[in-house]
Each structure stands twice: as structure tokens, then as C-alpha cells.
Design a protein around this ligand. Structure first.
Ligand SMILES: O=C(O)c1cccc(C(=O)CC[C@H]2O[C@@H](n3cnc4c(=O)[nH]cnc43)[C@H](O)[C@@H]2O)c1
Ligand SMILES: [Zn+2]
Length: 355
């Protein structure tokens, strides 16, 4: 199934898309390797011709069509296999930031899985230097501020958890841009509580807890993320809609959900966009942020996700501006950084509406 996007119907839809394209935004749930554009993937595939990833961007559309979540992870790991040197890491990171800047993304927390790179032989110092070098260049050249979330690939087990925690907490290696600690990959057969000691260490080292939960399993996984992993935001949290008590808890404690609508369709976690529970989240008073997850793999980008949300939540320009401000509020920016981007969102919206 390819990712579905919002049909461009009429003038109103086009106007809203133009508004979204210029709206300053923050992105909180987007993966490093999953953000590689077809151009970057084909460049890397040409560098490493032994890979099974197609070099032709058109063939990538078929290659990025997933039968289910497990198939998505297989394809994802084949792209991980293309990143073999610190120079590949730098190229990917810098180009991802360029694509974000084109969409007026002012701030992004990018989820990186350092274990997948170090286990494939990339030197850990070279890896950290490459992401930091790209981060600084992106901020100076594009004005996009990047921060990192290091995630444990849960299915790779406790050795992956240990290695990720070490890389995230050892002052001699952890990068300056690191703000949070996550848990990704499949949820089925990967219970969250086993990762408690690693999250405890990461939180003690000053990192914020942002595990994926409730993407492919039920609301009990979200409860586990909250109670065992001390989650401050939830990646996806889609199945929270099945548990009214959980929704009330998320709303009362202002625990944001990082909602990624098109991703959920592309991995078949949700059947159709119209069945996506985003509206139930907002109705329950949950702080909803909208994100792109693995945009080129899902045939989307952050602007398209805002257009999807506008349709599902029936938002006008002010509603979209509020949605953009939700992401700023839910981010791990400091107060000054939050005020700056929220101010930009307000100024842009007022100018657009002529008020
Ligand atoms: O790198 C390895 O060798 C390895 C071995 C076993 C398992 C894994 C993984 O499960 C890696 C999963 C990978 O997927 C990333 N990701 C991207 N998008 C999503 C998503 O929507 N939900 C969950 N995970 C996602 C995640 O960051 C991991 O890097 C790896
Ligand atoms: Zn994700």
C-alpha cells in the first residue's frame, strides 16, 4: 500500500496548503534514516552497489510499498545498510536538514539509532562527530535547529539497550545536541518494562523519555511506557483511543502524543485515514502534535501531514497555527526558543489573515 495523501480538491484546499507551506513548524517525531529522500537513497545506493536497494528513484516508490509493519522494518534496515561511513552519516543528516528547512521546519527532534550504525562497524566517535558537524552546519546555513533522540531498537534486545544507553549517557561520547531517549522498532513480542533500567539511567543523565508505544499493540503498551519508562511524550500512541481512562490520563497530565497519520496507514497500523483516531484524541483534550515519522518512505512530508490533519480535524488557518504551537509547547526547547517559534507562527498567521 502506498501512503495516501489528501486529494487536492479546490481553491480552499490549495490556499490551506499554501498557508501550511509557509507556516513555521516544529517536528518531534521523525527518524534519521527514515528521512532519506529518494535522491539521498539513490546516491548512497550508487556508492554501495552490493545493496538490494534500487538506485532509481522511481523504483523506490514500489520498494517503499509495505505489506505490514514487519515488512517496513525489513526495508528500513536495508536502507540502514547503505550508511557505512561517517561521511554517509554527515551527508544524510545535512540533506535531511535541508529538506526540513524547505518546509519551514524551524526545529526538529530527530530520532537516531546509533546502535544500528555502530554494530555495522561505523566508528562511534566518527558517527557522533558527523551528526554534530551536520547539526551545526544546518543551523548556520538553513536556520533549522536540530536536536537528537537516541532510540533503542527494541527487537535487537538488551545488548542494543545497553549500547544505546552507554552512547547516550557517557559524557566522553554523548553528543551536545542529544535531548531525549526513545524506543523503536516492532512492539509485538518486545515488552516495554524490560527497558526500565535503561530509561532510568537515561533520565538520571538528564534525558527526556519519549518511547514509541501503542503503534502496533494495545493501550497497555502505552500504560507501560508511562509507568515503567517514565514517558513524557508518546511516539504514536494510536491505540490509546481504545482506553478512555488512558485518554483522560494523557489529557490530565499534559502528555503529548506524537501522531503520524500517514505512517499509520503506510504500515497498516490503521486501515484508512478516516478511521484514524486523531479526532478522538483532540476531543478527549489530549495535546496532539502532528509528525511525519519516515516521510519519503511513506510518500509524505510534514506539510502533507498538516494538510491531512486539517481535513481530519476540520481545521482552518488558526487551527493549523494552534497545531503548530502544540508541537512547540511539547518540544524540549527552552522557554526562549519556544517563545521565538510561537511568535513566528503568530506573526505569520496574522499577516496571512490580514489582521
Ligand atoms: O540495526 C539492527 O541491526 C537491528 C536489529 C534488530 C532490530 C532492529 C530494529 O527493529 C530497528 C527498527 C528501527 O526502526 C526505526 N523506526 C522508524 N520508524 C519507526 C516507527 O514508526 N516505529 C518504530 N520504529 C521505527 C527505529 O528508530 C529503529 O531504528 C534493528
Ligand atoms: Zn517513529
Amino acid at each position: 500500500m502506498t501512503a495516501s495523501s489528501v486529494p487536492a480538491t479546490g481553491t480552499a484546499d490549495r490556499d490551506l496548503r499554501t498557508f501550511i507551506a509557509g507556516l513555521p513548524k516544529a517536528e518531534l517525531h521523525v527518524h534519521h534514516v527514515g528521512s532519506a529522500s529518494p535522491r539521498i537513497v539513490s546516491e548512497l545506493a550508487a556508492r554501495h552497489p552490493d545493496s538490494k536497494v534500487p538506485t532509481d528513484p522511481e523504483a523506490l516508490v514500489d520498494y517503499f510499498t509495505f505489506t505490514d509493519f514487519a515488512h517496513f522494518i525489513d526495508v528500513y534496515l536495508s536502507v540502514v545498510d547503505l550508511i557505512r561511513t561517517p561521511e554517509d552519516v554527515r551527508l544524510l543528516t545535512y540533506e535531511v536538514a535541508r529538506d526540513m528547512a524547505r518546509q519551514q521546519v524551524r526545529y526538529a527532534e530527530l530520532t537516531i539509532t546509533p546502535f544500528s550504525s555502530t554494530r555495522r562497524g561505523i566508528d562511534e566517535r566518527g558517527f557522533m562527530d558527523a551528526i554534530e558537524d551536520a547539526r551545526k552546519a544546518a543551523e548556520a546555513e538553513f536556520g533549522t535547529v536540530l536536536r537528537w533522540c537516541f532510540d533503542i531498537p527494541g527487537e535487537a534486545g538488551l545488548q542494543a539497550a545497553e549500547e544505546t544507553t552507554r552512547l547516550a549517557t557517557d559524557d566522553r561520547i554523548r553528543p551536545e545536541g542529544l535531548v531525549s531517549f526513545g524506543l523503536g522498532g516492532p512492539e509485538i513480542g518486545v515488552p516495554r518494562p524490560q527497558f526500565k533500567p535503561y530509561f532510568d539511567r537515561a533520565v538520571a543523565a538528564g534525558l527526556r523519555s519519549v518511547p514509541h508505544a501503542g503503534e502496533t499493540t494495545g493501550p497497555e503498551t502505552v500504560w507501560d511506557a508511562l509507568t515503567e519508562l517514565r514517558a513524557e511524550r508518546i511516539g504514536h500512541g494510536t491505540s490509546s483511543a481504545q482506553d478512555p481512562k488512558l485518554l483522560a490520563h494523557l489529557a490530565e497530565h499534559r502528555i503529548p502524543l506524537e501522531v503520524c497519520p500517514t505512517s499509520n496507514i503506510a504500515t497498516r497500523a490503521v486501515r484508512t485515514l478516516d478511521e484514524h483516531p486523531i479526532k478522538e484524541f483532540t476531543r478527549a483534550g489530549v495535546l496532539v502534535t502532528v509528525n511525519s515519522d519516515d516521510p519519503p518512505m511513506f510518500g509524505t512530508d510534514l506539510n502533507n501531514e498538516y494538510a491531512v490533519a486539517a481535513r481530519l480535524l476540520d481545521l482552518d488557518e488558526r487551527g493549523l497555527a494552534d497545531l503548530a504551537k502544540n508541537a512547540v509547547e511539547a518540544s524540549f526547547l527552552d522557554a526562549e526558543g519556544k517563545a521565538r517559534i510561537s511568535g513566528e507562527i503568530d506573526s505569520y498567521t496574522s499577516a496571512w489573515l490580514g489582521s
